[in-house]
Ligand binder design. Structure first.
Ligand SMILES: Cc1cc2nc3c(=O)[nH]c(=O)nc-3n(C[C@H](O)[C@H](O)[C@H](O)COP(=O)(O)OP(=O)(O)OC[C@H]3O[C@@H](n4cnc5c(N)ncnc54)[C@H](O)[C@@H]3O)c2cc1C
Length: 279
């Protein structure tokens, strides 16, 4: 009894060729780094008829300046993100999350596009990218479009699309990622993450985004906590104000008491960092 069923393997050299194959195939599977996708070949009940590798499509690779921000190709590997001076300078929280993601072999194979397109609740990068106001660029047979990542994850995806890249707008002056893990199948995977980003001018903080990687839902925004941080300049923020806001936000999340406690600890750390940076 073979482990794998038969499928056709394709490795197109252009986006248009990949879209044509995607359209034609009855049950296609796009292959990026393969760290998730190769499991689907063995485990899913609905086997793919066609596996379409994106590896030879050069237009899906690279990190380029776009306006005041960056465009990151969907096929950019996690290790390439970590090594990018442009990402490091403008988006330190992306580096923080990427350098903790998986293990060295996983970071060498896995791509940013696969991290998003997998739509797994527990992966690290969506919360961080949402906190930075990222959008995704998508290609279908009907054409190309750009959608805010937050919106992209809030609705079911189109059946046949290729994620071509991620647009990061001008970097906010502050960005952090706090992460907790649990051990699953002999590797540490996230159990909770908090992504924070804000603009800082002197002592004034604005545009604060607090996005939680709950690992049991798509990332959620802590709106009340964001409001508290946006008032950072107007007086000393106390931890009890943040905790009160967190409890209000918690009603909209699926966080248990343990993870709420961890989040409160992270927010206290964040408050300490902001106090130091905004003297
Ligand atoms: C041992 C282990 C540890 C891990 N630890 C972590 C961790 O700590 N944090 C974390 O975030 N993740 C972790 N992961 C998950 C995984 O490595 C990442 O999420 C990775 O970024 C997936 O990218 P990939 O390129 O390998 O995607 P693939 O496996 O190739 O694809 C994943 C899915 O996305 C689809 N897809 C891929 N690219 C595109 C595209 N451009 N357009 C449309 N659809 C696409 C594929 O069809 C597939 O359904 C771990 C995985 C393993 C095996």
């Amino acid at each position: 009894m073979p482990i794998l069923k038969d499928f056709k393997f394709h490795s197109p050299g252009s986006l248009n060729a990949a879209l044509a194959l995607l359209e034609k195939a009855r049950a296609p599977l796009l292959l990026a780094g393969g760290t998730f996708a190769l499991n689907y070949l063995k485990k899913v009940s609905k086997y793919p008829t066609d596996v379409i590798s994106l590896k030879k499509i050069s237009s899906l690779k690279g990190i380029k300046a776009q306006g005041k921000g960056l465009w990151v190709g969907a096929m950019t590997a996690i290790y390439e993100l970590i090594g990018s001076r442009a990402v490091c300078d403008a988006f330190p929280s992306v580096i923080e999350a990427s350098s903790k993601l998986g293990t060295t072999p996983i970071r060498n194979m896995a791509t940013i596009g696969g991290n998003i397109a997998s739509r797994f609740y527990w992966v690290d990068l969506p919360a961080v990218l949402i906190s930075l106001g990222a959008s995704v660029t998508l290609a279908t047979k009907k054409g190309k479009k750009t959608v805010a990542l937050e919106k992209f994850l809030s609705v079911p995806p189109e059946k046949k699309y290729i994620l071509t890249g991620i647009v990061l707008p001008k970097g906010n002056s502050l960005s952090f990622y706090f992460r907790h893990t649990k051990t699953a199948q002999e590797t540490d995977v996230p159990s909770l993450g908090l992504a924070f980003s804000a603009v800082k001018k002197g002592r004034v903080i604005s545009c604060a985004r607090c996005i939680v990687n709950t690992t049991s839902s798509f990332p959620v925004a802590l709106k009340k906590v964001e409001d508290v941080f946006n008032n950072f300049s107007s007086g000393d923020i106390r931890m009890d104000m943040i905790e009160k806001a967190l409890l209000e936000d918690a009603r909209a999340t699926k966080l248990d008491d343990h993870r709420l406690h961890l989040l409160a600890v992270d927010l206290e750390k964040l408050l300490g960092i902001l106090r130091q940076k905004c003297v």
